[in-house]
Design a protein around this ligand. Structure first.
Ligand code: ARG
Length: 588
């Protein structure tokens, strides 16, 4: 279906043409003075120059052509030449009927459906997830869901960090504790045990201990680097330990991610593309892209138009070791071979901007991707505490993501228990659902690139621009619908009726914007647009609800029309929260 504003603009364009003017002047927008009108058109002002005529005269002629318009019930000409518009309730009803009867509420498939890979999450095995990992996970997940909803094919990849120094640190930590294990016997030739020599809770201690030690003890750090080197270069015992680290970590990571409704299609890691590095290096050398500079192998990526210094992309260090970007480039190579995506989207902290600039330029210059492959990096801002500094625990430590999730759930549980009677088990379930909405909405309602303040009181509030407020609204609608059914009302095939009040009309006008909103949220990879939309929609609904008798409406036809409107509102809201990554309980 066409976007609602396009439908209005078409009608307006026809009037401009009928009056002898260019139809493209008839662009209609939502009124920026809702106290004066619902929609407006400023085309007469633009036309004044083109036609050397006072705008008020043009507006007057256009308004005349709209006298019998089925779309606008009122067209007021206001000095110096605005067209202030009021929508016909009958026309709005027609569009509401159509969106309710069209799949995805009238959202059209994109002209070209793409295959998109999203690289998000970025968890490092053996290390706990911290609050910084929240954003990559929830924004990435939402972009994945939005893109899928509009019709793209999307593959989400966790891109685990399983290759860096943390591997050597864990290996050293294990060695300190159990030096007798076969993994450290370099003359050992047998099979390595299938069971890991540590549990997840041991692993959770090994890494921080070892990392702390390496900061105080330079010799220990050197050993950890040596262990990393051996691991990376295929020393069998170290490789085997590396696999144990991944195998023990991943189920734990999955648990945390799934508590946020984050799911990956691929759980690939940095280690999975190491096999490609020699071939890639060879290719870059042979193609004349890479050259040796101070012993290292680099690809120049600066461009003439650069206003800042863009250093060369280093592929191999002078000792032959690969780097973070070597792995990212090899991953691009593998993704192109295995999946051939039209676009790869990355989500990381915004401080990695120069890094991704270098990697993308290098991938392009060396032809690792095709010219039409779009590489897109989305850099997100920092999660800050109320003091405006990066979010920390009370004692100043790094906030673990599990802790943050648990604290939010506990807080929500207290709130749920406060106001209502609810069986224990249900209270826990509901609190969990609502807490996730608080976390996700609290994050996603901010434009990704901006920093935001993690304010638990605000995020978990049932009022204001929050996840719980949206859920509360959905639950309110559901409970009216349940009562309606209990009273014997039929739930299907109800006919919509034209709006009888301003608030009902506003609700309808919010609903018809869904398809345009979702399309732009997808095109701009902007989940915050979905949040802004449902906040407006929930406000419009609650306003309408407070002013309208629904179940006690005496006229049966009208009551059915109201119920149909409630059902549509619920469906649109639930679709939106689904793409944001959370869901609503039946009661709360
Ligand atoms: N593992 C990295 C970290 O925790 C993030 C990985 C980001 N993605 C990428 N393709 N480089 O910092």
């Amino acid at each position: 279906m066409k976007k609602f504003l396009d439908l209005l603009s078409e009608e307006m364009g026809k009037a401009f043409e009928a009056a002898g003017y260019d139809g493209t002047l008839g662009r209609v927008t939502v009124s920026n003075r809702p106290d004066l009108c619902e929609y407006q058109c400023n085309g007469a002002m633009a036309g004044a120059k083109q036609y050397h005529k006072p705008p008020i005269a043009i507006a007057g002629e256009v308004a005349e052509k709209l006298a019998d318009s089925p779309v606008f019930s009122e067209t007021a000409v206001v000095a110096p030449g605005f067209l202030n518009l009021k929508l016909s309730e009958e026309y709005l009803l027609q569009v509401i009927r159509e969106i309710a009867a069209t799949p995805k509420f009238g959202l059209e498939k994109p002209e070209k459906t793409k295959k998109i890979m999203i690289d998000y999450g970025g968890a490092n095995v053996a290390k706990p997830l911290h609050v910084g990992h929240l954003r990559s996970a929830v924004i990435g997940e939402s972009i994945k869901r939005i893109s899928r909803y509009v019709g793209h094919e999307v593959i989400g990849d966790a891109h685990l960090g399983d290759w860096g120094l943390q591997m050597g640190l864990v290996i050293m930590g294990v060695k300190e504790r159990q030096p007798e294990l076969v993994y450290f016997d370099e003359s050992y030739e047998g099979e390595y045990p299938k069971e890991a020599p540590f549990t997840i809770s041991e692993l959770a201690e090994i890494y921080p201990d070892s990392s702390a030690k390496s900061k105080e003890d330079a010799a220990y750090k050197a050993q950890a680097m040596e262990a990393t080197y051996k691991f990376q270069n295929g020393v069998p015992g170290y490789r085997s330990l590396g696999r144990h680290i991944v195998n023990v970590s991943v189920p734990e990571l999955k648990k945390t991610y799934s508590s946020l409704n984050v799911e990956f299609d691929l759980w690939k890691g940095e280690s999975d593309v190491q096999y490609l590095i020699p071939e890639m290096v060879e290719y870059m050398k042979e193609g004349g892209y890479a050259h040796i500079s101070e012993g290292a192998l680099v690809v120049d990526v600066k461009e003439e138009t650069d206003t800042k210094e863009v250093p060369p992309c280093m592929i191999l260090k002078s000792d032959g070791a690969s780097l973070y970007n070597t792995t990212d480039l090899a991953t691009i190579m593998e993704r192109m071979r295995l999946y051939h995506p039209d676009q790869i989207i990355y989500l990381t902290d915004k401080r990695q901007d120069l890094y991704f600039d270098q990697v993308f330029r290098c991938a392009r210059k060396t032809g690792l991707v095709e010219p039409e492959t779009d590489l897109k990096w989305i850099g997100f801002g920092t999660v800050n505490g109320k003091d405006g500094r990066p979010f920390k625990t009370r004692d100043g430590g790094v906030m673990r993501l599990e802790t943050l999730i648990q604290e939010t759930k506990d807080e929500m549980y207290r709130k749920i228990k406060e106001g209502r009677e609810m069986p224990e088990e249900e209270a826990i379930k509901v609190a969990d659902l609502v807490a996730v909405s608080a976390l996700l909405y609290g994050d996603l309602s901010n434009q990704a690139s901006k920093d935001y303040i993690f304010d638990s009181d605000k995020f978990t509030s049932f009022e204001g621009d929050t996840g719980p407020y949206i859920l509360y609204t959905i639950v309110r609608i559901k409970s009216i619908l349940t009562k309606y059914k209990e009273q014997g009302g039929k739930a299907e095939g109800l006919a919509f009726k034209a709006a009888c009040s301003e608030s009902e009309k506003s609700l309808m006008m919010a609903l018809v914007q869904f398809n345009a909103m979702m399309q732009s949220a997808a095109e701009e990879t902007a989940p915050h647009k979905v949040c802004a939309y449902i906040y407006d929609l929930a406000n419009a609904f609650n306003h309408f609800y407070h002013e309208t008798k629904i179940l006690s409406e005496p006229d049966e036809g009208r009551r059915e029309g109201l119920i149909a409107l409630l059902q549509l509102t619920r469906d649109v809201l639930e679709t939106c929260i689904h793409v944001l990554g959370f869901s609503a309980p039946e009661k709360m």
